[in-house]
Design a protein around this ligand. Structure first.
Ligand code: ATP
Ligand code: MG
Length: 706
């Protein structure tokens, strides 16, 4: 490999292959690049006969994993195929698939998603006579998850110093765990915790894994939690301790999900005797973007100070845009994007970032109006749709008959005459006889309180599921799914239950999307593709917020700042730069939370390579009322000489005013203007690399808003 494409500290990080290594550096300094180059270097050098399968690279999302894998194969050829690149959760799932039976789970375990978890916790609460309308089950789950990730069990005197929720979490924890296990399920946290248990309790497994993974590399290390650190320490507990972690303490943005910034700050304690490398040159952004990012993050106390510089001096100024309303803000963004795309910027080099998913809707609408293709990397919204959940529940039950949550979800969907009373009685029998619900159903005929007709229907359903279990074993997942849905009449049922044509179409489209995704999966995995591996993959993907919407690749990306980690775009629109959104209103109280919001702001800004827009609206409609909005405090930290301010203070309705027309005419003119080099420039013309000559703002439009 050509090491000349790295700067001296990057090179040092790449060639120091033995012993622990930490690369702590700011955004865009080439940390991820160090990881890929280090892997290629290892494949080239093959210390002690190293094979590709001896290398494990851990990324933060599945998407990042597949991109890294692609990159590796591109750089090192097919020999990189066997490097294991995945997230901690996917790694854990892989380990469990082989060895979970040693902990008493069935080999074909399933992964409970948030809906399944909620169903289980509700049941556990009800059993203890805790009202799930008074106490939010999700909050209880949150506390349980937090405790599990910290390697503990929920305490009655937890964080809230013994408020009701701590007590409830403590009370239902055991029932929750038992119920998961009885169903042959694990939750997401178990994907980290159970592998650690396997390694701790079984020496042969510890030997197997520590001798297999001789080099471990971890990206985004600042966002690892205690459970992940534990697993990593165990994996590195053999003879070789070649753990290379890269990260940036300023980009720790998942502490709400248990990330521990001290994992990176005290790296030397967990992996002693290693080396630390700092990278200071930023290759991603212009100096203007970098200066703005640095100015924002500098306000956080207790950080490891970093001196970042960029060779890309100058750059176009940051556009700080104030719009009267959310719709105007969205229209402005779409208008600008349309201009940039017309000017030659590829759509996939443009991103719209926001703090919360809900902010995407007006932008989506505005982009649609302009016929611009976009892709929303949203949360699990798609998988929350009822029809998708139903189909997935069929899959889960077919793969794992003990999955009671899925069974109860679809036993009578579409309606097949098996009522609630029948199921309640069967659940009671299952509990009394200490068998699974599926097991109790198999004995339906022998229960006296079950009418013969009901028992027959229950048994028929079981035979259907078993028949399909066999069909799926021969592959052709998509094909078999089509058959299954046809046989149970799911599509007709879904259609007849919806009131409007449009929503029926949407439902059918979602189902087709699931079938398509099965097809893609089969193509990718080849003969290895099974319903179970598909399901595991699916649960991991929805968790990581990144299943791609149907559509092609050349699209504008809309996503939350959380999801934008590690990515870069030539142009970034960071919308909703207002108090209550950025920083988010729930996060303004405690200093700690505010620091995390500031880090989020830093992450958002540092995604931009050339052009950055920070937009806000002066007013938003909340529950039918117009509420005035204050600009984000973070805007105040950006030195004024780096920004150009634009106030779209135009009437909201009616035809464009003279002022508006004038503004857009000017805008057009402006981008026809020839380029001149040097210095801090107002903005880049569509498609143009590098700085453009200073051009004054259209009269009457640029005004101080900060
Ligand atoms: P983040 O903190 O956002 O994850 P990072 O530190 O991982 O950023 P990379 O994504 O690895 O940074 O690199 C940022 C950009 O800089 C990439 O486009 C990368 O290809 C480029 N880059 C990094 N190092 C060099 C180098 N030595 N020469 C040229 N380009 C580089
Ligand atoms: Mg990175």
């Amino acid at each position: 490999m050509d090491l000349s494409k790295l700067n001296p500290p990057q090179r040092e990080a790449v060639v120091t292959t033995e012993g622990p290594l930490l690369v702590l550096a700011g955004a865009g300094s080439g940390k991820t690049r160090v990881i890929t180059h280090r892997i290629v270097h290892l494949l080239d050098k093959r210390p002690n006969g190293l094979l590709a399968r001896n290398i494990l690279a851990v990324t933060f999302t599945n998407k990042a994993a597949s991109e890294m894998k692609e990159r590796l194969v591109h750089m090192a050829g097919p020999r990189a195929q066997n490097v294991l690149v995945c997230t901690f959760h996917a790694f854990g799932a892989e380990m469990l698939r082989e060895d979970i039976y040693r902990l008493g789970w069935p080999k074909k375990f399933s992964i409970a998603d948030q809906g399944d978890q909620a169903a289980i916790i509700k049941r556990a609460m009800r059993e203890r006579r805790i009202d799930d309308r008074e106490f939010d089950p999700r909050k209880v789950l949150g506390l349980i998850s937090k405790a599990k990730n910290a390697g503990k069990t929920p305490e009655p005197l937890g964080e809230g110093l013994g408020d009701d929720y701590d007590l409830i979490a403590h009370m239902v924890y055991e029932a929750y765990q038992l119920s998961l296990k009885a169903q042959g399920s694990v939750d997401f946290d178990d994907l980290l915790i159970l592998p650690s248990r396997l390694l701790r309790e079984h020496e042969d497994l510890r030997r197997k894994y520590t001798s297999r993974f001789r080099y471990i590399l971890v990206d985004e290390f600042q966002d690892t939690n205690q459970a992940q650190l534990d697993l990593l320490k165990l994996l590195a507990s053999g003879e070789t301790r070649n753990v290379c972690a890269v990260g940036d303490d300023d980009q720790c943005i998942y502490s709400w999900r248990g990330a521990e910034v001290r994992n990176i700050l005290s790296y030397d304690k967990y992996f002693p005797g290693g080396k630390e490398v700092r990278l200071e040159q930023n290759y991603r952004s212009t100096q203007v973007v970098l200066d703005a990012a640095n100015a924002v993050i500098a306000q956080n106390p207790e950080r490891k100070a970093k001196q970042m510089w960029s060779e890309r001096k100058g750059g176009q100024r940051i556009q700080v845009v104030s719009a009267p309303t959310e719709e105007d803000e969205a229209r402005y963004v779409a208008q600008e994007i349309s201009r940039l795309v017309a000017g030659g910027i590829p759509p996939d080099e443009i991103a719209v970032l926001y703090r919360v998913n809900g902010q995407a809707h007006p932008v989506e609408e505005a982009l649609r109006e302009k016929n611009l293709r976009y892709e929303v990397l949203s949360g699990s919204e798609f998988f929350d749709r009822r029809e998708v959940k139903d189909v997935v529940a069929y899959f889960k039950l077919i793969a794992n008959p003990r999955d009671e949550t899925s069974l109860l979800r679809i036993i009578n969907v579409p309606a097949r005459g098996i009522g609630d009373v029948t199921m309640e009685r069967l659940v009671a029998h299952a509990r009394r006889d200490s068998v699974s619900l599926w097991g109790a159903m198999e004995r339906s005929e022998s229960y006296e309180d079950l009418p013969a007709g009901a028992a027959t229907k229950v048994r028929e359903f079981q035979r259907l599921v078993e028949r399909y279990r066999e069909s799926y074993e021969h592959g052709h997942l998509a094909q078999v799914t089509r058959q299954l849905l046809e046989e149970i009449g799911y599509k007709d049922d879904a259609k007849s239950l919806t009131s409007s044509q449009a929503s029926a179409e949407r439902k059918l489209a979602s189902i087709d999307f699931v079938i398509n995704s099965l097809e893609t999966f089969e193509k990718r995995e080849g003969p290895k593709a099974s319903l179970l591996t598909y399901l595991n993959r699916l649960s991991l993907d929805t968790r990581q917020e990144e299943e791609e919407a149907p559509g092609g690749n050349k699209a504008i990306t809309l996503m939350t700042i959380h999801a934008s980690k590690g990515l870069e775009f030539r142009v970034v629109f960071f919308i909703g730069m207002e108090e209550e959104l950025m920083p988010h209103k729930g996060m303004q109280g405690e200093a700690q939370n505010l620091e995390e919001e500031r880090r989020l702001c830093y992450v958002g800004i540092t995604r931009a390579k050339e052009a950055l827009y920070l937009t806000r609206s002066a007013m938003r409609v909340k529950r039918g009322k117009e509420v005035p909005r204050t600009p984000s405090r973070f805007l105040d930290d950006i030195p004024p000489e780096l920004v150009e301010v634009l106030d779209l203070d135009a009437p909201r309705k009616g035809p464009p005013t003279a002022q508006e027309q004038n503004f857009f005419a000017n805008l057009k003119e402006r981008f026809k203007a020839p380029q001149a080099g040097g210095g801090v420039a107002p903005r880049v013309p569509g498609g143009g690399e590098g700085p453009s000559g200073p051009v004054s703002s259209p009269p009457g439009t640029a005004r101080a808003v900060r």
